[in-house]
Design a protein around this ligand. Sequence first.
Ligand code: 13P
Length: 260
Amino acid sequence: MGAGLRRKLIVGNWKMNGSRQTVRELLGVIGARSKALGCEVAICPPFVYLDLCDVVLSATGIKLGAQDLSEHANGARTGDVSAAMLTDFRCRYVLLGHSERRASHGECDEAVARKALQAITAGLSPIVCVGETWEERQSDSTHDVLSRQIRVVADVLARSGQLMALTVAYEPVWAIGSGVTATADVAQDAHAFIRRCLAGYSASIAQSVRILYGGSMKPENAAALLAMPDIDGGLIGGASLNAQQFLSIADVATALEAVQ
Ligand code: 13P
């Protein structure tokens, strides 16, 4: 399977932004254009807006995702949200191991792996975020960091025969929210390396797993990034809060789908 058989996926990560009013406004514009999009599109709002998003998006082809889940199934876990609760709101995707959660909630690779298994068991597709800090890149340890982050999750999923359910997001920490994007060549190198790590488990699964790029992706740089052979979509932060910018990126992915 080549890049042409991995359908491009554009995901909006709203992080901790929005209100009921802005959710309605944003999704009103995005939803109205959804039928014209030839790529797959998903939105990951804060938990509290999942219900509203589910209602507004139900008549569109846009999918719903969450930004995290509990590694536990249920019980006395104040503040946590389970995988089953997310499927109850028709979530299809869940972001896991975002660098903001790794940094501010102490999420380790092992916890991310346990969450990925919880997600898959409930029928959700986990989008596992990996990426190096600027210091790690400067000290030439990008590949070491990526291979460790991928290995811990892939070991667990491969043991359960679930590796094919994985989506990866390569998000260099230094490019997130900074306005500094990895060049298309730098991102492609990391994506190809991640795919080689996955090929150590299964060559055919490595070819089918989608690897998204995240980190200051904007309409201006999306074409160069999304045209790379191992970049199968985008995980968009800031630009996903602007309907026109988000749709422009989805239009770029749609155009690339048409030529592949
Ligand atoms: P920005 O697009 O704002 O850099 O955020 C990227 C990100 O963290 C998506 O998960």
